[in-house]
Design a binder for this molecule. Structure first.
Ligand SMILES: *Cc1c(COP(=O)(O)O)cnc(C)c1O
Length: 346
């Protein structure tokens, strides 16, 4: 394969002169700032945030043992997904590949950007038919979206499958690892310095317990990161989020405690569910949710909803007929769920 970043960037993006903000042009500290038309009152929130997120990026780079220029930060990982389309896919001409079933945002972002998405069905055991992914690609294929552990099937994609695609595909291979902290692996992050066409997505929304602050990460070769930085909104990560996340990086122990507890509860929930007659199959999970096949998914979903117990009905998703997706909650919440399902099944 012959991956060449310059060959896959859209021409308009290659030629783009990015917006240069006041805080890009003067990056020193302690000055009198009369350059950005900010209000001089109401410090510190009167000031625009650092467009390059330097302090937070340094903290994140240290935490994940990578160099800061391998890190892109966005308003959730959804921002990185959208920017990848805008940087690399010519609307109406280029295409991307993804697996099915998988996270719905890849398809929505493709549709918004008017880019064809080719969905390759997973095998019956939810493993990836990586050769078929490559078969379905052509010279207008720019991106492959993989999700590991996959939402909603909850299984990891084997590193070997990802390596095969990285070695044989001329575009970018994006591995969304939103749930990797609940799996017993470091995923693909350790390989971002080795593969020039690998992008690893991570998020603060799941294991970190910070979905509300909207912070996502993309890790990749600095060439790719520079393209994303060039086209992002100048102030895409707000000051409150930058400060809060920087402080939260010190709470590694607390985060690890949550992860351990959620993994324990995942086992408890699976064991309990497996004893119920209406559960036909409980899929093994590497994530913080469980996919269950039941006799009549919609009926159970509605029964639980009546009692303000909300789970996700995935029964209309490919390969997931009569499947429900249950997020692992606190022990008391999980107990209540099992009690309610027992009431339902009588
Ligand atoms: C929850 C989730 C995310 C997180 O997206 P954010 O925008 O960072 O909140 C990303 N990918 C997958 C597959 C998810 O399920």
């Amino acid at each position: 394969m012959s991956f060449n970043l310059n060959k896959i960037i859209r021409n308009n993006i290659k030629d783009l002169i990015p917006y240069s903000s006041a805080r890009d042009e003067y990056t020193g500290k302690g000055a009198i700032y009369l350059d950005a038309n900010e209000n001089p009152y109401n410090a510190p929130y009167n000031r625009y945030p650092d467009p390059r997120q330097r302090d937070l990026k340094k903290g994140i780079a240290d935490f994940f043992s990578v160099e800061p220029d391998f890190v892109f930060l966005g308003n959730g990982s959804d921002e990185a997904i959208d920017l990848l389309f805008r940087a690399f896919c010519v609307p109406g001409k280029d295409n991307v590949l993804s697996m099915s079933p998988s996270y719905g945002m890849y398809e929505v972002a493709a549709n918004i950007n008017d880019v064809e998405i080719r969905k390759v069905l997973l095998n019956d055991d939810f493993t990836l038919n990586y050769k078929e992914v490559l078969n379905q690609s052509d010279n207008r294929s720019k991106l492959i979206f993989l999700c590991s552990p996959n939402n909603p099937t909850s299984n990891l994609i084997k590193n070997e499958s990802v390596f095969y695609l990285l070695d044989n595909f001329d575009g970018l291979v994006i591995v969304d690892e939103a749930y990797i902290d609940f799996a017993d692996t470091d995923g693909m992050l350790p390989f971002v310095s080795e593969f020039k066409n690998l992008v690893v997505l991570r998020t603060f929304s799941k294991a970190w317990g910070l979905a509300g602050i909207r912070l996502g990460m993309a890790f990749a070769d600095p060439g790719i990161i520079n393209v994303l930085n060039k086209i992002k909104y100048p102030y895409n990560v707000n000051a409150l989020t930058q400060q809060f996340a920087s402080k939260f990086l010190n709470k590694k122990e607390l985060r690890n405690k949550w992860i351990r507890e959620i993994i324990r509860q995942r086992k408890w929930l699976s064991d309990e569910l497996s004893q119920l007659n209406i559960c036909e199959k409980i899929y093994p999970s590497d994530a913080n949710f469980i996919l269950v096949k039941v006799k009549n998914a919609l009926a159970l979903y509605n029964f639980l909803k009546e009692q303000k117990m909300i789970i996700r009905d995935r029964s209309r998703v490919q390969l997931c007929e009569n499947c429900l997706r249950i997020t692992v909650g606190k022990p008391t919440e999980n107990k209540k769920l099992i009690e309610r399902i027992k009431e339902y099944s009588g």
